[in-house]
Ligand binder design. Structure first.
Ligand SMILES: O=C(O)CCC(=O)C(=O)O
Length: 269
């Protein structure tokens, strides 16, 4: 059944810049994704589909600082981020275009949906690093309407293990960011109305959809529970490139991935 986004929820998304949907993904779909994410982290899954002739020998991987060579630790405990599975693996292509996700986004945009990229955000127990405060709009040229972020909890995401925090209604202005050697582009607390910041605690299968201009962050994970999330950036079918497109990556050279129209799932309304 498509997730119904009524006018009240759409208004909340427009005004506050985000929408939480509980139990968006459940049952065997969630179990399979959980398993595939661990296979990804363990280095078992390899890219199998080329993107514009580019077939990398591994998925884009951002190691936790100083963890790459600590091979005495499990691989899954040393990785912060893996990306672009959608473009290089049929399982993730299907997940990125999952009807439950597609329905919410097309309902919020009132349009068809495009995919830019997907990522797996990992925050290993005891040492997962922070994601500094930022707006994702700082990472790519101006789009109209803004892109949309999707973030799905695979493990429970709580204040203790480094859940997302957002600043409601911060999506209406593109704030100037500061360059950062690890995180790319960041905001300082005094750049925003930090008193408004709220934690987004989610159970496995719960998701938050947010305007890419929404200021957000996650704190380090000192707890003994890992915090894995599957995330992606989508755009409206009718998005306009206000500035010439160029994607920005900070860890490895990758092709210039572009928005790609998603085939509407058969159950999409
Ligand atoms: O999951 C995290 O820790 C950070 C996620 C994030 O920055 C994003 O989804 O843009």
């Amino acid at each position: 059944m498509p997730t119904a986004i009524d006018s009240q929820r759409r208004k909340h998304f427009q005004e506050e810049g985000y929408l939480i949907i509980r139990r968006l993904i459940s049952g065997s779909d969630l179990l399979d994704l959980d398993l595939m994410i661990d296979r990804l982290l363990d280095g078992e899954l390899k890219p199998v589909t080329a993107y514009e002739g580019w077939l990398p020998d591994h998925f884009y991987t951002f190691w936790e600082p100083e963890m790459k060579d600590r091979t005495e630790l499990p691989r899954r405990d040393r990785i912060r981020l893996m990306s672009n599975m959608y473009h290089h693996h049929p399982y993730f292509k299907a997940i990125g275009g999952h009807a439950a996700i597609y329905d919410v986004i097309s309902s919020l945009y009132q349009a068809g949906v495009q995919m830019l990229s997907d990522s797996m955000f990992m925050k290993p127990a005891h040492h997962g690093i922070e994601a500094a405060l930022h707006q994702d709009t700082a990472f790519w040229p101006k789009l109209e309407p803004n892109a949309m972020n999707f973030w799905l909890a695979i493990d429970s995401a709580t204040v203790e293990n480094g859940c997302l925090h957002v600043i409601p209604a911060s999506h209406t202005i593109d704030l100037p960011h500061h360059d950062h050697p690890i995180q790319g582009h960041i905001l300082h607390d005094h750049d925003v109305d930090i008193a408004n910041q709220i934690p987004i605690e989610l159970e496995p299968g719960d998701a938050i959809f947010f305007n890419s201009g929404l200021a957000h962050r996650s704190y380090p994970n000192p707890s003994d529970r890992s915090r894995r999330a599957y995330a992606a950036v989508y755009g409206a079918e009718n998005l306009r490139h206000v500035e010439p497109w160029k994607s920005s990556t900070i860890a490895e050279k990758t092709p210039d991935y572009r928005f790609e129209l998603i085939e509407p799932p058969t159950s999409a309304s």
